[in-house]
Design a protein around this ligand. Structure first.
Ligand code: LLP
Length: 434
């Protein structure tokens, strides 16, 4: 739950000091709510664990988890850098006048994205040799005289224990440079004056519940940094360890505390680089996405039809897989409560499978929730701050809901709700159908 979650005297969930009944009434449902205090608390914990890293460490928010201009403003305020992966994310950062460091990721960057990186002095996390070659060509077409700072993403060969779709460090990953090709790529970087090679990057995957894979990847890096310094007489000054720390979606999830995660990374860096191998310590960056914003998010739905079959009870809500595609995509589990009756009436408790309104049987939000619910009630689904808005769709031609930021009794839109006009705006009728 968000750190600001409380239950009012009237038995209603409040977030950021605002009643969820009021939020649902004023902004409509479905509704994505983001709690600023929770994001700020997470940021403080992440920074606290990195604070004593001797060579300096910068947390960079992985914008793919949740990005809009208000979020960019908040990330800037937190003093974080920002990871982007598309022209849309770059333009969002620029529109919000982001001041910090921006890293451009992606396994298939367009020329337009790379050109924007050169123009706006973004750092480029190269996924392959072709990224670098395009970058050099684009440089030659600009007035820019300073090199672009580059990190090389490697495939570290680490198989994270998580859903197959969100593993990225295993040997057959589509992301990164295989270690067998790394020396050639480093040699290329060192020979090009428009590239300033900062160091290496790896992201092993997402929703990690264990510290060990992060320690393993640091050992892999330390070996490579040692070899690079011998082979090329070049000391890589920076290292990026990626993101990936998991959060709790249901009571049985036991995630690592954020500060413990970053402190462990920081300590392991010192041990693997300095103590074990006598190497100079590179400066460090990490890229949390989910663990910065995930718990800050709550989705509100209104209960509609309730159907009791012999084998199962269905409670339908007014959203579903279009605003939260994670259950159908990753079989992700969530926690549900009745926001306007937080303390249930024991005698009314029943097992309900919460389903969305979309035309697929797989549109299930929570299986078997114990709820005291009736039509018109508000259902709160917790930990929807990451990869919900950012992965939402217009399936069944429904408009995306609003997203509201809450803090200290205030609630304001971060993202306005789409309307059917927005859906129709891009439609065109080819002449022969007119
Ligand atoms: N850095 C890179 C290069 C990444 O690809 C990602 C996530 C992150 C950082 C942030 O990872 P996080 O801290 O959020 O785990 N849609 C999936 C998650 C996909 C993650 C993609 N990359 C989901 O809903 O679980």
């Amino acid at each position: 739950m968000p750190v600001s979650a409380r239950v009012s005297k009237g038995n209603v969930l409040t977030l950021g000091g605002v009643s969820t009944e009021v939020l649902a009434r004023d902004f409509g449902t479905p509704l994505w709510i983001m709690c600023q205090d929770t994001i700020e608390a997470a940021a403080r914990e992440i920074a606290a664990g990195l604070q004593h890293y001797p060579a300096g460490a910068l947390p960079c928010y992985a914008g793919k988890a949740f990005l809009c201009t208000a979020m960019v403003r908040l990330v800037d305020k937190l003093g974080f850098g920002l990871d982007v992966v598309s022209k849309g994310e770059i333009e969002t950062a620029l529109a919000a006048n982001f001041k910090g460091s921006i890293y451009l990721h992606g396994n298939n960057k367009t020329d337009e994205e790379l050109a924007l990186a050169v123009k706006h002095n973004l750092k480029v996390v190269a996924d392959n040799q072709q990224d670098l070659e395009r970058l050099v060509q684009l440089h030659s077409k600009t007035e820019r005289t300073t090199p672009t700072e580059v990190l090389l993403r490697i495939i570290p060969g680490i198989d994270l224990d998580t859903h197959d779709h969100i593993k990225t460090g295993h040997d057959t990953s589509k992301f990164g440079i295989p270690l067998s090709q790394l020396n050639d790529t480093i040699a290329y970087c060192l020979s090009e004056k428009s590239i300033k090679l900062m160091g290496l990057h790896a992201h092993i995957g997402s929703q990690a519940m264990d510290l060990e894979p992060f320690q393993q990847v640091i050992e892999v890096f330390a070996d490579i940094y040692e070899e690079v310094s011998k082979r090329f007489s070049y000391v890589l000054p920076h290292l990026d360890i990626g993101g990936g720390l998991g959060i709790a979606y249901v009571a049985s999830d036991k995630p690592i505390a954020l500060e413990e995660w970053t402190r462990t990374i920081s300590n392991k860096m010192v041990e693997a680089f300095q103590e074990k191998r006598g190497l100079p310590l590179p400066s460090l960056s990490i890229e949390p996405g989910r663990c910065l914003v995930g718990t800050a998010g709550v989705t509100l739905y209104r209960v509609g039809r309730m159907k009791q079959l012999e084998q199962i009870n269905y409670l339908s809500v007014d959203g579903g897989m279009a605003d939260n595609p994670r259950p159908i995509t990753y079989q992700a589990a969530y926690t549900a409560m009745v926001a306007n009756r937080m303390e249930p009436r024991e005698e009314h408790l029943k097992t309900w499978t919460i389903v969305g309104r979309y035309c697929e049987s797989g549109d299930i939000i929570v299986e078997e929730a114990q709820l005291d619910a009736a039509p018109g009630d508000i259902i709160a689904i917790f930990a929807t701050g990451a990869y919900n808005y950012s992965m939402a769709s217009n399936y069944n031609r429904t408009a995306r809901p609003a997203c509201v930021l809450v803090k200290d009794g205030h609630s304001e839109l971060m993202i306005a709700p789409e309307t059917e006009e927005d859906l129709l705006r891009l439609d065109r009728i080819p002449s022969w159908l007119k």
